[in-house]
Design a protein around this ligand. Structure first.
Ligand code: G3I
Length: 447
């Protein structure tokens, strides 16, 4: 598996008739903390924490300085919030929320339903009694925190590992396959302002498990089940799947946000590079709205002995910290959900024309390219983008477009569902290649 070594963040913009120009993504002021830097891109950078740490001043100094989002590592789980059936305890969850609010931080909610960390009374239940108890739990907890949660992990880890792409067996699953959508509907009714996420691990690339989740999200969107986001936990080892960004992109293309929700990376030679590559992948996808690391110092981590976080046991910044901050600062002032950096600012496409902008994630011997196709002041109906692939390299896979040729001049055309771009709007496609990624200006042709 190729190891991400650096990101070449190149932006090339062309209109159908105008002379090409290159707009390099840059940051006005390099921010000096993770949260501030992420905020410059319109995203958050969060951390998992808990009320039991709030008296540790060295720890809290880092939390308050570096992060602009919090998630409860344990304090909002079922066993913590409903230790006895119908008796709710929000003490620690409330402390976390009020601390975040006092610091101007957002809060992710984790997690309403999960097969683990259930209170013992729920572990012993089944059938309609369990279903009713679970939905009541969702309703009560989401109602209690209504208006205070940016995004809820409504359901956590419901898919099986391995190649089945299906659901995990659990007491919740045995109440009926529709338990997940029932939970999402209850959460929406209880807190209409919160984004509702499905969250899971081993989804760090295009694989059977992430495809099973992808199919569920697509089904939910088609049937109007309220889902707004997918959490990719990203508990990572010593390599990063080469389809990591592609996987984020395909969820985004379904019309949901994506968040990196529990990031930690085994310490080893590649830790800093993998942290940076994950950061760049999120920045490259407009709908990837934030990253959360699963703890502050290595000594705070659930992965005992793996030193998987950004600060060492003494609270010093590790190389991984610097690589993430640099990657965030290189991302520049962009906003998720809008074309950014805006081709229309630097080189407005002519009416009826289009512009193409390429962002590369490169490693030694390969890359993934995300291409944003933007319409100008008129809508676009069908488009093609011509890219010059440097000699010695070739395109090996493409998503959300079809390509003619794999080397030299390669032309990508829209597929059936993304040919129409509204005036001022955009769509994205991507490809993966060997060798060095294209840096020459692509040409976008409308019609
Ligand atoms: O609070 C009790 C304490 O009173 C008791 O003395 C002690 C004895 O073991 O246990 C304490 O609870 C532990 C809790 O963490 C708080 O420290 C639990 O035993 C322990 O199981 C629990 O582990 C958490 C784990 O989820 C539970 O499965 C980890 O802290 C937490 O990092 C981990 O987080 C999960 C995410 O929620 C979902 N994705 C995977 C991730 C890692 O497993």
């Amino acid at each position: 598996m190729p190891i991400p070594r650096r990101a070449l963040l190149a932006t090339a913009v062309a209109s159908v008739v105008a002379a090409a120009s290159i707009a390099v993504v840059g940051s006005a002021e390099a921010a000096t903390t993770l949260g501030a830097s992420a905020a410059q891109t319109g995203r958050y950078f969060g951390v998992a924490t808990g009320a039991n740490r709030f008296s540790d001043t060295a720890y809290m100094t880092i939390v308050n300085r570096e992060f602009n989002s919090l998630v409860a590592e344990n304090d909002m789980k079922w066993d913590a919030t409903e230790p006895q059936q119908g008796r709710f305890n929000y003490t620690n969850g409330d402390r976390l929320v009020s601390h975040a609010q006092s610091q101007g931080m957002s809060v992710r909610g984790h997690a309403l339903l999960w097969h683990q960390q259930q209170p013992s009374w729920a572990q012993g239940m089944s059938g309609s009694a369990l279903r009713n108890a679970a939905i009541n739990h969702v309703t009560q907890v989401a109602t209690h925190f209504r208006g205070k949660i940016y995004a809820w992990d409504v359901v956590n880890e419901a898919f099986a590992d391995g190649g089945s792409g299906g659901r995990r067996d659990s007491n919740l699953q045995r109440t009926g396959n529709d338990w997940i959508e029932a939970a999402f509907r209850a959460a929406r009714a209880a807190d209409p302002g919160a984004k509702l996420c499905y969250n899971d691990y081993n989804t760090d690339g295009v694989n059977a498990k992430s495809t099973g989740i992808y199919n569920m999200v697509r089904d939910f969107k088609s049937r109007g089940v309220p889902i707004d986001c997918v959490g990719l936990q990203s508990h990572l080892g010593t390599t990063l799947d080469s389809t990591y960004q592609q996987n984020i992109q395909r969820f985004a293309d379904l019309g949901v946000d994506v968040q990196i929700t529990e990031l930690d990376v085994a310490q080893g030679g590649n830790q800093a590079n993998i942290f940076a590559a994950v950061t760049r992948a999120c920045l490259a996808v407009a709908r990837c709205t934030g990253i959360t690391v699963w703890g502050v110092r290595d000594s705070d981590s659930w992965r005992t002995g793996e030193n998987p976080l950004l600060f060492d046991n003494s609270g010093n910044k590790k190389a991984a910290y610097t690589s993430v901050l640099n990657a965030l600062n290189a991302g520049g002032p962009t906003t998720p959900g809008s074309p950014s950096p805006s081709p229309s600012t630097s080189n407005p496409p002519v009416p009826g024309g289009c512009a193409a902008q390429v962002t590369l994630n490169s490693w030694n011997g390969g890359y993934t390219a995300t291409v944003r196709v933007s319409a100008g002041s008129s809508a676009v109906s069908n488009w093609s983008v011509a890219v010059t692939v440097p000699s010695g390299g070739a395109v090996t896979s493409t998503w959300n477009a079809t390509n003619s040729g794999t080397s030299g001049q390669v032309t990508f055309r829209n597929v059936s569902y993304n040919g129409q771009i509204a005036a001022g709007g955009f769509t994205e496609f991507g490809f993966q290649g060997t060798g060095t990624g294209p840096t020459a200006t692509p040409t976008c042709t409308a019609g």
